[in-house]
Design a binder for this molecule. Structure first.
Ligand SMILES: NC(=O)c1ccc[n+]([C@@H]2O[C@H](COP(=O)([O-])OP(=O)(O)OC[C@H]3O[C@@H](n4cnc5c(N)ncnc54)[C@H](OP(=O)(O)O)[C@@H]3O)[C@@H](O)[C@H]2O)c1
Length: 280
């Protein structure tokens, strides 16, 4: 397939790298230059604008930071909707269910496809994709979905896929924050890092998704897969998505504020594990 990938952040680059391994003609675009070099060396073409990239493709994929970025690129004055024609549009960003539904109403062929998993899982073909949209669109996109590999969960509507993504992210964000607080409690009671590792790593309470970040939470830093800034954004979206139930949420607003505090302290471009520095 001829595929355009718009947005070459950590996730967009992983998606493009994975697709580049398939039998596709890949065109890529990123707002700031200098992020496409390796992809170009591996056969992709870099476009100068989203329009140039989209016009070279049958399917346009976006992987962008937040609602504002997706709104600008998809629905802005010179956005995708003004030139995409009958091509398919797949949004893989983590955005609000409301915006995802709006994209579904605006574009003739649209699939919400948020990603569960780190960029490394995408590259390895081990991520889970939450596909929200009609069955016919999933069928049309089967060459792209086949190349991504991993697992596919199906939802009839784009907003449901976006909601599913936020529900999972909230669990991980809250889990990392709770792990950081458990360590703070242990340290206050004179438990060493070795004792904490022995105690918590061996505990059935530590979910596999948290085990992956144990060392980083213990040390307060690690490779940045998913930044505190994006974590704060996702927790805020979860609170917003809870709608009328939001008034009853207690943990999600606290989680949002914690990651926002970490981002405001200058850890905005560090992994969510950096939230543990709030406790030092
Ligand atoms: N990283 C993960 O583990 C992970 C996992 C699942 C889902 N996601 C989701 O995937 C999406 C991308 O995440 P990421 O980790 O790749 O983030 P990232 O590394 O921070 O990259 C963000 C991307 O968005 C672009 N962007 C931001 N504002 C823009 C605007 N106004 N117009 C055009 N482009 C804009 C950036 O362009 P510049 O380079 O020019 O700044 C960059 O390409 C997010 O929605 C995130 O929540 C991430």
């Amino acid at each position: 397939m001829k595929i355009a990938v718009l947005g070459l952040g950590r996730m967009g680059t992983a998606i493009a790298q994975r697709l580049a391994q398939g039998e596709h003609e890949l065109t890529v675009w990123n707002r700031s230059k200098g992020k496409a070099e390796e992809l170009v060396r591996n056969g992709a073409t870099e476009a100068d604008s989203p329009e140039e990239a989209a016009c070279a493709a049958e399917v346009v994929v976006t992987s962008l930071a937040n609602d504002e970025a997706v709104r600008e690129i998809a629905l802005g004055d010179r956005g995708l909707r003004s030139y995409i024609g009958g091509r398919a549009y797949v949004d893989m960003s983590t955005i609000s269910p409301r915006l995802s539904e709006e994209l579904g109403r605006t574009f003739e062929i649209f699939l919400a496809l948020p990603v569960l998993g780190a960029p490394q899982a995408v590259t390895a073909g081990e991520a889970t994709y939450l596909a929200g949209g009609p069955e016919a669109t999933v069928g049309l996109l089967s060459p792209l979905l086949g190349s991504l590999g991993g697992h596919l969960k199906r939802y009839p509507r784009p907003g449901q896929a976006a909601t599913a993504k936020l529900a999972v992210n909230l669990m991980l964000l809250a889990g990392v924050a709770t792990l950081a607080e458990s360590m703070a409690v242990g340290r206050e009671g004179q438990l060493s890092d070795d004792e904490l590792t022995d105690l918590l790593c061996g505990s059935p309470m530590l979910a596999p998704g948290l085990k992956n970040r144990f060392e980083a939470v213990l040390k307060g830093s690690g490779a940045a897969w998913w930044t505190t800034e994006l974590g704060a954004k996702d927790a805020a979206l979860a609170v917003q998505a809870a709608g009328r139930s939001a008034a009853k949420l207690r943990v999600a607003p606290a989680v949002r504020d914690l990651y926002q505090a970490a981002a405001d302290l200058g850890f905005d471009n560090e992994d969510i594990a950096a939230v543990s520095r709030l406790y030092r």
